[in-house]
Design a protein around this ligand. Structure first.
Ligand code: 5GP
Ligand code: MG
Length: 185
């Protein structure tokens, strides 16, 4: 675990970088989730994996390899965050793919305030889906209400900002193979 410094400057604050989930632990949990989703969905019907870019890219790439039903992969890009502060406003970058009549699994990196997922669910509500579920690698249950609780969660965490395994800090650190949290010093 030597890809990151022990400390990162965020604005005018120095944050300590503390490993939270190792590569091995993530791998094991993602395999469990894939098995759970495969069992719940069954192996007959198609499932569209709707990857929320860019954060869920790595999680989705690993997750799909453990799924046993026929799949299609689509992407959607949302924008909501600047640095470690949520701007509150969520927007769709580009168009939604056509998902009429499809079973859809939204794959997210993290559910924090729940604004992004509720925005996306609202947009998908009128798209004629056959079913809609949400899988997230990480969930911050203290930061949102039960109405935005995901159907499948890798790990529940506290409120600290996390990076790695797809999650960024202003575009960096997505390539870390593990997840680390930033703790104020
Ligand atoms: P929400 O709309 O639920 O507040 O936030 C969802 C999005 O904000 C996530 O998809 C992710 O891009 C970003 N986000 C929320 N919390 C974190 C975090 O702790 N670390 C990183 N890197 N991104 C986060
Ligand atoms: Mg994101």
């Amino acid at each position: 675990m030597s890809l990151t410094p022990n400390r990162i400057e965020v604005g005018n604050r120095t944050m300590s970088v503390q490993p939270l989930f190792t590569e091995a632990r993530i791998k094991a949990r993602v395999a469990e989730l894939a098995a759970e989703i495969s069992q719940a969905h069954g192996s007959q019907e198609n499932l569209v994996i709707l990857v929320v870019l860019h954060g869920a890219l790595l999680f989705a790439a690993d997750l799909v390899r453990g799924l046993t039903m026929p799949t299609e992969i689509e992407t959607v890009r949302l924008r909501s965050y600047h640095g470690t502060e949520s701007t509150g406003a969520v927007e769709l970058v580009g168009a939604l793919p056509s998902l009429q009549g499809k079973h859809v699994l939204v794959v997210e990196d993290i559910v924090d305030t729940g604004k992004s997922i509720s925005f996306l669910k609202e947009r998908l509500a009128t798209a004629g889906l056959r079913s809609l579920k949400v899988a997230t690698l990480l969930d911050k249950p203290e930061a949102h209400g039960p109405e935005t609780a995901p159907d499948y969660t890798g790990f529940s965490i506290g409120r600290n900002f996390v990076i790695g395994y797809g999650l960024d800090l202003d575009g960096r650190y997505r390539n870390l193979p593990y997840v680390a949290e930033l703790v104020a010093l």
